[in-house]
Design a protein around this ligand. Structure first.
Ligand SMILES: [Zn+2]
Length: 70
C-alpha cells in the first residue's frame, strides 16, 4: 500500500472512531467511571485504535524509507 493510501485508510478509521466515541458517550452505562469497561462500543474503539496504530507504524516506516532516498 502506498503512503497516501495508508493515510486515507487511517483517516477513515479515525472518522469511524469519532462516531463510535459519540455513541459511547451517550450510553447511560458509560456515564459511570468504569462503565466503559463493559461497553461494547468501547471495545470496538479499542480495536480501531490498534488498527490505527498499525497503520501509523507503516506510515512511519514508509516515510523513513522515502527520506533515505532523498
Ligand atoms: Zn462506553
Amino acid at each position: 500500500m502506498s503512503l497516501s493510501e495508508l493515510e486515507k485508510e487511517r483517516d477513515k478509521l479515525m472518522e469511524k472512531r469519532d462516531r463510535l466515541e459519540e455513541k459511547c458517550d451517550m450510553l447511560p452505562q458509560c456515564e459511570k467511571d468504569d462503565g466503559c469497561e463493559t461497553c461494547k462500543v468501547y471495545d470496538q474503539i479499542t480495536q480501531i485504535d490498534e488498527k490505527i496504530e498499525e497503520i501509523e507504524n507503516k506510515i512511519e516506516t514508509l516515510r523513513a524509507e522515502k527520506e533515505d532516498e532523498e
